[in-house]
Design a protein around this ligand. Structure first.
Ligand code: ADP
Ligand code: MG
Length: 263
């Protein structure tokens, strides 16, 4: 059974997409079979994986509406496979923003993605879903197929604000819709150890969440190479493997692979 993890945080610009594409590449580099699903109409994870969102015949939109299967909709960037970091992509573009409204009409609208992914479960070790910056029907679809949620957060004063809403949503999904949703892990990202406040917030996170196993050990530093990589259509892990950011994401992939060993 694949480990299905969604990367969620209803705040924008916190590093969800950067985490998703680099984790996908990092896990692939470790030899894991990975599928990445872009569930944000902005299509940043799609473009950041080198897939042109403007020329997609099929996307996650069609999967959600049931007019295409994952097998039909998934695409690949050969360059990532050449680099030993290849993963399959179910892409997204602006069309997806219409899905929210169209899904309202359909039955089991929160489990559309889960049902579609069930058909390819055997083909992957990890399925990673990049969520939009909202607690919408799209994010609900991601949570309803996930076994765990990765929450990227910056170590700043308001980092924990909004976390309660997300945790609440996760609890409700667990209680009412999907018992399999069991894990949550906070990931510190864009970390700058020279900033005292960031160190303080990081320590606060450790005090509150480490013992519960809800805080990842790996910390992703602020690193300009990670920010440059998407304009080349590559995850940072492939764009500049020796950069600090890439090495941190490879360490994070290893941490996840160890924690979620195949089962
Ligand atoms: P989200 O998907 O949550 O909106 P992104 O992953 O798109 O967030 O990140 C927001 C911005 O921050 C992007 O421009 C991205 O390149 C940049 N960024 C993300 N992580 C890092 C990092 N560790 N170091 C430097 N820049 C980063
Ligand atoms: Mg994003």
């Amino acid at each position: 059974m694949a480990w299905n993890l969604c990367v969620a945080n209803q705040k924008g610009g916190v590093g969800k997409t950067t985490t998703t594409v680099n984790l996908a590449a990092g896990l692939a580099k470790l030899g894991r079979r990975v599928l990445m699903v872009d569930l944000d109409p902005q299509g940043n994870a799609t473009m950041g994986s080198g897939i042109d969102k403007r020329t997609l015949p099929l996307s996650v939109y069609h999967v959600l509406l049931g007019t295409a299967t994952i097998e039909e909709a998934r695409v690949r960037n050969a360059r990532l496979f050449d680099a030993g970091c290849g993963y399959d992509v179910v892409a997204a573009n602006r069309e997806l923003s219409g899905a929210e409204v169209e899904l309202v009409e359909l039955e089991r609208r929160e489990s559309r993605l889960r049902e579609a992914l069930a058909l390819v479960d055997d083909a992957y070790d990890f399925i990673l879903v990049d969520c939009p910056p909202s607690l919408s029907m799209l994010t609900l679809n991601a949570l309803c197929c996930a076994r765990g949620v990765v929450v990227p957060m910056q170590c700043e004063y308001f980092a924990l604000e909004g976390l309660a809403d997300l945790v609440n949503t996760i609890r409700q999904v667990h209680a009412n819709l999907h018992r399999g949703l069991q894990h949550i892990g906070l990931l510190r990202i864009m970390f700058d150890p020279r900033v005292t406040l960031q160190q303080q917030v990081s320590q606060e996170l450790e005090a509150r969440y480490q013992d519960k196993g809800q805080l990842f050990q790996t910390i992703i530093p602020r690193n300009v190479r990670l920010a440059e990589a998407p304009s080349y259509g590559l995850p940072g892990v492939v764009f500049d493997p020796s950069s600090k950011g890439a090495r941190a994401f490879c360490a994070f992939a290893q941490e996840l692979a160890d924690r979620f060993a195949t089962a």
